[in-house]
Every structure is written in structure tokens, then in C-alpha cells.
Write a protein that binds this ligand. Sequence first.
Ligand code: SF4
Length: 149
Amino acid sequence: MVIPELNKPKDTWCLHYARGLGCNIYQDRPPSCRDFSCHWLIDPTLGPEWKPNKCKMVMHAKDDALAVHVDPGANTPWRREPFYSQLLEKSARNIDRGAMVLVMEHGRTTIILPDRGVDLGVIGPGDRIALAKVMTVTGPIWQARLVRA
Ligand code: SF4
């Protein structure tokens, strides 16, 4: 993730990360690092398969969105089971209140709807995601689209 205080861009290694050891400025790490809560550690519904170093994904809940950040070196791990089904389930449980499940991968964002993932592309500053529940011949479905700033 982006660490503004360190000018660290997304999808790059932090200069303070020591392989096999962890953060070498842990006591003095910046506020962005201190404030981060890995969702895997606080959501009891997420099993051991979601441990970030195993699944290659880190979840972060903020406001009304659950963001799944994917390791750029991994090949769409969120599409594999049991991850995909669990993401669909999380979407189904929360979308009625406007909460979104978003997968961030290679600069693109995919929104997970209750029955599928929709690639929204690259989201720019001020862009927003519009959600709509529409009726079809087989029942209601959710649709999502990106509204450019
Ligand atoms: S916790 Fe340490 S290693 Fe991790 S991003 Fe922050 S400063 Fe870098």
C-alpha cells in the first residue's frame, strides 16, 4: 500500500522492510503504518487460509469498503477457492447497506458483487462507484459502474 510519509508508492517494497525480520523502524514507524489494521487479524470469519503471506492478499476495512490488496507478484489469487466464494458472500451480506468489497490489483479495481466480480478499471481521484439493484427476468441483480469525476 501507499505510505505517504515515506513516499512509498503502491506495489513496491518498503525500504524499511528487512526480509525475514520485518520492519526495521517498527518503534518509529509512521502513522499510516501504526493506524493500519489487517482485517485478517480482526475478522473471526476469516480462516487461516487468509493469512496474508499464504494467500498473497491483505484486507483492509475502511468506511464502507472492504479493500483486498493483491500482491502484484501473485496471479489473481482472489479468483481461487475458497477465496472467491467468501468474497461473494461478504458482498451479499453487506451490499444492501451500500458497503462494497473491492479487489485492488495491478492498479485496477474490481468490485465484488454478490454473484460476480466487475472490473472497473483504474479509478482516478474524485471518481466514484455507482451501485444499482435492477430487476431482471430471473430476479434482482446488482450492477456497478464507475462515474468519472
Ligand atoms: S511497517 Fe515498517 S516496513 Fe512496513 S511499511 Fe511501515 S515502515 Fe515500512
